[in-house]
Design a protein around this ligand. Structure first.
Ligand SMILES: Cc1cc2nc3c(=O)[nH]c(=O)nc-3n(C[C@H](O)[C@H](O)[C@H](O)COP(=O)(O)O)c2cc1C
Length: 168
C-alpha cells in the first residue's frame, strides 16, 4: 500500500471548524479529515435551530434582520495546536452562517493559515467568502472551496483544494 504523502512542515496540523445544520458541511469536514487526519470542531448554538427547513429559514431571516447573535457552546479548540484552520459553513441567506461567524469573532487566528469553504443549496459562493475576508482581515488566507450539498470522503474537488493550499 502507498504511504500517505507527508504534508509540508508548516501545514501539518490541521483543524476544521465548521457549522452544520443538516449535515452537508459536516460531510465536507469529514472529507478533509479523511484526506489529512485533521481534527474536527463543530460549532453549535446553545439553543438549536428548528428541525424543519421552513421554520429554520424564517427564523434565521428574522434573526439576521434584527441582528440577533445566538450564543454558541464553547469549543475545546486551542490555536497553539494547529498550523492550518479550515473554516466551513453552510450558506444562510447568501452569507456565512452566523454561528460560525460568532465563533471566528471569539478567537485569535493570527499566524494560522486559514482555508475557507461553503456548502450551498444552489446559490454558489454568494457573499460567504466576503464574510470570511471581512472577519479575517490581515490574516493569512488560502483559497476558498464552494460545494453544492454534501461531498463523498474521496471528493476530487476537496482533494485538489487541499493540494493547492499545501495541505496534502
Ligand atoms: C436558514 C437557511 C438559509 C439558506 N440560505 C441559502 C442561500 O442563501 N443560498 C443557498 O444556495 N442555499 C441556502 N440554504 C441551503 C444550505 O446552504 C445548504 O443546504 C447547505 O449545504 C446546508 O449545510 P448543512 O447541511 O451543513 O447545514 C439555506 C439553508 C438554511 C437552513
Amino acid at each position: 500500500a502507498e504511504s500517505p504523502k507527508q504534508a509540508p512542515a508548516d501545514n501539518r496540523r490541521i483543524a476544521v471548524v465548521y457549522f452544520t445544520k443538516t449535515g452537508n458541511t459536516k460531510s465536507l469536514a469529514e472529507a478533509v479529515r479523511h484526506m489529512t487526519g485533521a481534527a474536527l470542531f463543530r460549532v453549535e448554538t446553545v439553543e438549536p435551530y428548528p428541525e424543519s427547513y421552513g421554520s429554520a429559514t424564517e427564523i434565521v431571516k428574522d434573526e439576521l434582520q434584527r441582528g440577533v447573535i445566538r450564543p454558541i457552546r464553547p469549543l475545546a479548540f486551542n490555536p497553539d495546536d494547529y498550523d492550518v484552520v479550515v473554516l466551513a459553513t453552510p450558506t444562510w441567506w447568501h452569507h456565512a452562517a452566523m454561528p460560525l461567524q460568532t465563533w471566528i469573532r471569539s478567537v485569535d487566528l493570527s499566524a494560522k493559515k486559514i482555508l475557507t469553504a461553503n456548502t450551498h443549496g444552489g446559490g454558489g459562493l454568494m457573499h460567504t467568502r466576503e464574510d470570511f475576508e471581512a472577519l479575517l482581515a490581515g490574516r493569512r488566507l488560502g483559497t476558498h472551496l464552494t460545494v453544492y450539498g454534501a461531498v463523498r470522503p474521496q471528493d476530487a474537488k476537496v482533494r485538489s483544494w487541499l493540494e493547492e493550499n499545501g495541505c496534502l
